[in-house]
Design a binder for this molecule. Structure first.
Ligand SMILES: Cc1ncc(COP(=O)(O)O)c(C=O)c1O
Length: 354
């Protein structure tokens, strides 16, 4: 038995993997692999349009929000967003709450002025900045809703008048938020959405009108929208796995149902972390992530011993990010609650023995 707590690419539902496996040799009874059909065939166009429709439904998007399946990962969005929307003499506001957000800040600086309106860098990114003000002249405010590396998550969304742009790579579709509130959302698929190689972008048409410079076609959101997310050959397999994952989420009851399960999973894990003295959760309690729980064991010998126990019991992906150390347990949508209880059982046993 393997328990997959990887931070990304992360665990996928077994049903999704099984359907994906089947499509590799026979896609929808065509006798061809999903890898062998043209992307402009009705069969694949149906994959894209169903994926877009399901995203709209699950996120309850407004009719003016467009859904795109792009390439280049969330890291491409770090520069594609400012390239399109931040003028050389303009300013964009950024919240600096983790290493991924700080990379976005660095890329934005290549295109125009950046105002870091709030930062928790000095505190090792162990909390979400609060009490920040966003200047009315900002082209947009960029936030990271879940900080995958540090294990913090925004539980209150900013109430601002400027367009809101969010990196939701590690918590998209894990909880109910007002997705209509966002001018642009992006998420690498490899955590809650499917396979690496595709990035979901949701962009409001009003935001498209705020483009500030001419950009190459592949980086132009408008051209992707006009071409129905088929400006060039899309990563067909990754888009298909995304569709399968969206179907799976719908069959589970959608975002509200998965949120209830996710809450149960994270409550179970944090309860163990708070009550067992061997383990020390390190982020501010009110900002804890429901997707990535980060903690340490202060004694290096015990740390090694716990890592060995995890390995022996098939618990994979629990090592913390190299910049933080310690442990990180990821609780993405597809992780069954039984895997969390198996992990907390192991924690209790380990705590008792030490
Ligand atoms: C919040 C966040 N943003 C951006 C990235 C980078 O994504 P990609 O590797 O798809 O470029 C990650 C990857 O883990 C992430 O967790």
């Amino acid at each position: 038995m393997v328990y997959n707590f990887n931070a990304g690419p992360g665990i996928l539902p077994p049903e999704v993997l099984e359907d994906a496996r089947r499509a590799l040799t026979d896609f929808n009874g065509t006798g061809l692999s999903i890898l062998e059909i043209g992307h402009r065939t009705p069969a694949f166009e149906a994959v894209v349009s169903e994926g877009q429709a399901l995203t709209r439904e699950l996120m309850d998007l407004s009719p003016t929000q467009e859904v795109l399946f792009l390439q280049g990962g969330a890291t491409t969005q770090f520069y594609q967003v400012p390239m399109n929307f931040l003028a050389a003499d303009g300013h964009a506001a950024y919240l600096d709450a983790g290493i991924w957000g700080s990379k976005a800040i660095k890329e934005a600086g290549l295109w125009g002025g950046v105002e870091v309106v709030g930062s928790s860098r000095e505190q090792g990114y162990r909390s979400i900045p609060r009490g920040y003000e966003v200047p009315a002249h900002a082209a947009y405010l960029h936030i990271t809703t879940n900080n995958t590396v540090e294990g913090t998550q925004m539980h209150e969304m900013p109430d601002i008048s400027v367009p809101l742009v969010a990196d939701m790579s590690s918590d998209i579709l894990s909880r109910r938020i007002d997705f209509r509130r966002y001018a642009l959302i992006y998420a690498g698929a490899q955590k809650n959405l499917g396979a690496a190689g595709v990035t979901m972008v949701v962009v409001d048409r009003a935001q498209l009108d705020r483009q500030v410079r001419r950009v190459p076609a592949m980086l132009d959101y408008r051209q992707h929208v006009e071409n129905g997310s088929m400006l060039n050959t899309p990563p067909v397999f990754a888009v298909y796995v995304c569709l399968l994952t969206l179907r799976w989420l719908k069959s589970k009851g959608g975002v509200d149902a998965i949120e209830a399960e996710n809450r149960e999973k994270s409550a179970m894990l944090y309860e163990a972390l708070d009550s067992l003295p061997v383990f020390r959760p390190i982020v501010a309690k009110e900002d804890r992530s429901g997707m990535n729980a980060v903690f340490v064991i202060d004694d290096p010998a015990l740390e090694k011993s716990f890592m060995d126990r995890c390995k022996a019991e098939g618990m994979v992906g629990v090592r913390g990010h190299r910049s933080v150390g310690g442990f990180r347990v990821s609780l993405y949508n597809a992780l069954p609650i039984g895997h969390v209880s198996a992990f907390t059982e192991l924690m209790r046993d380990f705590n008792q023995k030490h």
